[in-house]
Design a protein around this ligand. Sequence first.
Ligand SMILES: [Ca+2]
Length: 348
Amino acid sequence: MHVASVTLLALVLLLPQQIPPVSPLPAQPFDEWLNGVRAEALTKGISEATLDRALTGLEPLEIVIQRDRSQAEIVQTLDQYLKQRLARQTIVKAQQERQAHATLLKDVSEKYGVPAGILVAVWAIESNFGRFSGVRPTIATLATLAYDPRRSAMFRQELFDALKILDSGDVEPAAMRGSWAGALGQPQFMPSSFLLYAQDFDGDGKRDIWQSQPDVFASIGNYLSAHGWQKGQTWGREVKVPASLLERLPEEAPLQTSGCLARRQMTVPLPLATWKKLGVRTVTGGALPAADIEASLVSGDRRHFLVYPNYQAILEYNCVNAYGLSVGLLGDRAMQAPPAKAPRRATR
Ligand SMILES: [Ca+2]
């Protein structure tokens, strides 16, 4: 699971009454609690040396609790979000980065079967093209969130996983930094995801998702591949839907009733041929391709998208349609050539 962006992007669709209630701080002193963590970590095989380096002098971070409990409300529609997320400067930057890392992206793409554009798009959205991967010290952050009773069990597990990463020597405690919710490095992996999916693509013996561009792209590719991305298939496309179909959509293709948030906001999957018969066309008005594939419809206010099985892999990164569609659309645009000159500010 990928907590950081879920928290950020869920805001788009979160209603005030859905924000979990604040729970009281624990009565047990932090140091005493930390001794318990240390004892349990030893039983999990984490070395004493690692625990000494990571836990000695650790204090809870007040800022982490503040951030966790004061999530501002941002109410944006899907269409507004996509417009903002796919600003021209972001698209141009994605195209330039895709070109700048062309050889590496080709190698990563070949190994994991994920297109270069999608790798760049996830990287862009998770860490603003690697420019911001979080400055919070991860062990202190996770210890704070695990000490706080609100989601203690999950963060306690993530804390043990973070200690395992330190134990493996991939990164030094001081360099292990990430978001205020504990997501690590440029792909913003939670420690549990790091242990399962992070890759050492440059072959230096360390899975360095903070500094190594090969490791960053390969880790993103491996994550999507492991969650079912099929090589040679796309994620979906923007479409035009006749108004008459929108009216009878609840009968023709009702919304899904299970799964995470994004899945409950899309229709059940139907064969692409059925969507074609129902009058759905490409966004430019052309015929849908004759592919033997199932697709679900995701709708904003005015924009509509058919999403294919590969889209489900993107949602495993973060199950919010605003996120999944941003990755897909930015991924497609990243594959186009960048403009010949850097865009200039408009002048009168
Ligand atoms: Ca490496």
